[in-house]
Design a binder for this molecule. Structure first.
Ligand SMILES: Nc1ncnc2c1ncn2[C@@H]1O[C@H](COP(=O)(O)OP(=O)(O)OP(=O)(O)O)[C@@H](O)[C@H]1O
Ligand SMILES: [Mg+2]
Length: 622
């Protein structure tokens, strides 16, 4: 190793180096051991020493870069203060100070080696008990959330200062990673209480040791207030600048100390304590009495066996455990109450929402009276409106019925004329029917403009209309029918001609005329009537049927089919009875043919049967 030249300011003479001071404070005094030497030896050679009383009543800062031996030096001081019986409180953020238990009956709060589990809400209580009982305790913050730590430390520091002012018990507070709790920038809740201790802690006998690896980010006021500064290796330019500025402001003649800092070994330090030392003192740090846990990972970690906790500690442990239990219970209770309050709040909100909904519904109901259909009738004017609507519907309905009746009569009259004429002027008739149809179309207009509630009436009217349309179509095609009838007639004449010799009766002109009249009558039926007749012809004469039996085969509604059944019954093709209708097509043919024999006498059955078959064949061909 290169032998470095020690600057002049470090060459301290023996009278200055290692100030020996007898304590006026501390456990020695409490124990009645007046004058007991309570020194803290910092250096390995035992030359650099501080009084326990000084440490307890002053502010100290240990500044060095990471891994430069800050904690080691702080622990060296802690060990000796604990040994001297001084109340000590260590805020340990990395969980390394529990190893003090290897030699001393300290209490560890929190962390993996906790005697008492740490609760974020007992900072104040810990401070109070530490002062009242002159305890030595490590508060391992590793298990506490980062967000809770500033609040916890704020409680602890506040109580330490305020209670300390009352009880005047000396105590040494060590704060690791102090830049986190008293940063230069930012204002965490613990900053002010810590600064109070640094500034005025002396009045309460409180000393504080701030350990930081970032001189640049720790609060400069706090640094400025510290009486004792221990510099270890510092390398970062910003951190070195802070030290430079510090000396420039306090003691410019020692500004060269800064140059020494980057080259310091882990076991080396420079003590600046102007109240007791004329110059800064460089020294080799003393050995620790307990294992140093915060070894860097490259080094072998020594196992530490934690000793049995002393009887006092056991009692204290129980006290704090009880305290934490109570706090937790109270918090649980509070949390439960908060939850209940939230639930009630939600319930209230839900109730408010329902009330609002109900009010809204009520308003709607009042406005429109729509709660239930019967209520609608109670609304003034609705009954009258409904009655008027009904009247209008009835009028329209009656008008339609009247019109339908008239049309039916006209239709019948036309048919009669047709029958009588034997040969009708179909085109003129068709024209007339078209005119009637148009009139019906016009009359449909007002019906269509009515709402759906009137659809029943419209349907009834349109049925009549459809019938008329069908009738009209049949008239339009009547000429064609007549042509077919003519053809059939010619066919009959042909046949008659053929049969003349064989069957004199069948050649009877009366029968021929009758047959052609029957065929003519059937041909003049509407399409639907023809279909109804066709279906009826397949029924046995003794079977009673009604519209519902054949409506499906015809493809029309039962009510429509019923009309045609009645029409066919009137024409003699069906018999209408109470229970329905019967097929009398053959009967009808027989009646009409048998009456046509004329002077020739009674028509033979064979001829009647022949006529029946011919008519049935004709009907089936429809
Ligand atoms: N005086 C010493 N003698 C021997 N070894 C030391 C001394 N001081 C520190 N060390 C060693 O240096 C390493 C770092 O020490 P320490 O944990 O005290 O550093 P630190 O500055 O507190 O680090 P950090 O910033 O990470 O907290 C450790 O392994 C320790 O054993
Ligand atoms: Mg450390």
């Amino acid at each position: 190793m290169r032998q470095r030249k020690i600057p002049a300011w470090i060459q301290v003479d023996a009278s200055v180096r290692g100030v020996r001071i007898y304590s006026n404070y501390g456990a020695g005094k409490e124990a009645g051991d007046e004058g007991r030497l309570t020194e803290v030896v910092l250096s390995a050679d035992g030359q650099v020493r501080l009084s326990a009383g000084d440490l307890a009543g002053k502010g100290e800062a240990i500044l060095a870069t990471r891994g430069a031996g800050k904690s080691w030096l702080a622990a060296v001081q802690a060990e000796q203060l604990i040994e001297a019986g001084y109340p000590v409180l260590i805020l340990d953020v990395v969980g390394e100070y529990w190893s003090l238990k290897a030699k001393y009956p300290i209490i560890v709060f929190g962390g993996r080696h906790a005697d008492v589990p740490l609760d974020p809400h007992i900072g104040g209580e810990i401070a109070k008990v530490v002062l009242d009982r002159k305890l030595q305790a490590v508060i391992d913050l590793t298990g506490m959330r980062r967000a809770d730590q500033p609040f916890f430390i704020a409680d602890l520091a506040t109580e330490l200062y305020e209670h300390g002012l009352q009880v005047k018990t000396p105590c040494w507070l060590l704060i690791e990673e102090a830049q986190n709790f008293i940063p230069q920038v930012g204002n965490p809740p613990c900053k002010r209480p810590i600064l109070d201790i640094v500034e005025m802690g002396r009045h309460a006998g409180l000393g504080v040791c701030l350990v930081s690896h970032r001189s640049a980010t720790i609060d400069k006021t706090a640094l400025g207030l510290c009486d004792i500064l221990v510099f270890k290796r510092l390398t970062l330019p910003h951190d070195l600048q802070v030290v430079r500025d510090f000396f420039r402001g306090r003691d410019p003649k020692f500004i060269d100390v800064v140059k020494e800092l980057p080259a310091l070994g882990n076991d080396e330090a420079i003590l600046y304590y102007p109240l007791r030392l004329e110059t800064p003192v460089k020294f080799k740090v003393a050995e620790r009495k307990t294992p140093h846990i915060a070894e860097t990972p490259t080094l072998e970690i020594r196992e530490v066996t934690a000793p049995e906790v002393s009887a006092v500690s056991k009692e204290l442990t129980e006290y704090f455990q009880q305290l934490v239990r109570e706090k937790v219970e109270r918090r649980d209770e509070a949390a439960e109450l908060r939850m209940r309050v939230e639930e009630l709040q939600k319930e209230l909100e839900e109730r408010d929402r329902r009330i609002e909904q109900l009010e809204h519904d009520l308003e709607l109901a009042q406005r429109f009276r729509i709660e239930i259909p019967p209520e609608l009738l109670k609304v003034p004017g609705v009954n009258e409106k409904l009655e008027k609507l009904e009247e209008r519907i009835m009028d329209l309905y009656a008008a339609q019925v009247e019109k339908a009746k008239r049309l039916e009569e006209e239709n019948r009259a036309l048919k009669r004329r047709l029958e009588l004429a034997g040969k009708a002027d179909f085109s003129a008739l068709a024209e007339k029917l078209e005119a009637l149809n148009r009139e019906m179309q016009r009359s449909r207009g007002p019906l269509a403009s009515l709402s759906e509630s009137l659809s029943g009436v419209v349907e009834a009217a349109s049925k009549v209309l459809n019938d008329l349309k069908g009738l009209s179509r049949s008239f339009v095609s009547a000429e064609e029918h007549m042509r077919r009838i003519e053809e059939i007639r010619r066919e009959y004449e042909q046949r008659i001609e053929e049969m003349r010799n064989a069957d004199a009766w069948r050649l009877n002109p009366h029968i021929i005329i009758r047959m052609s009249r029957i065929v003519n009558e059937i041909a003049q039926l509407t399409d639907t009537a023809k279909q109804v007749l066709k279906v009826a012809s397949s029924m046995r004469p003794d079977v009673i049927f009604d519209e519902s039996t054949i409506a499906h085969s015809v493809g029309r509604s039962p009510s429509t089919v019923r009309q045609y059944l009645r029409q066919l019954a009137k024409l003699g093709w069906l018999t209408q009875t109470r229970g329905g209708f019967r097929n009398r097509i053959e009967e009808n043919v027989a009646d009409r043919i048998s009456k046509s024999a004329g002077p020739a006498g009674k028509v033979p059955c064979t001829v009647i049967e022949k006529c029946k078959r011919e008519i049935l064949t004709f009907i089936q061909s429809l």
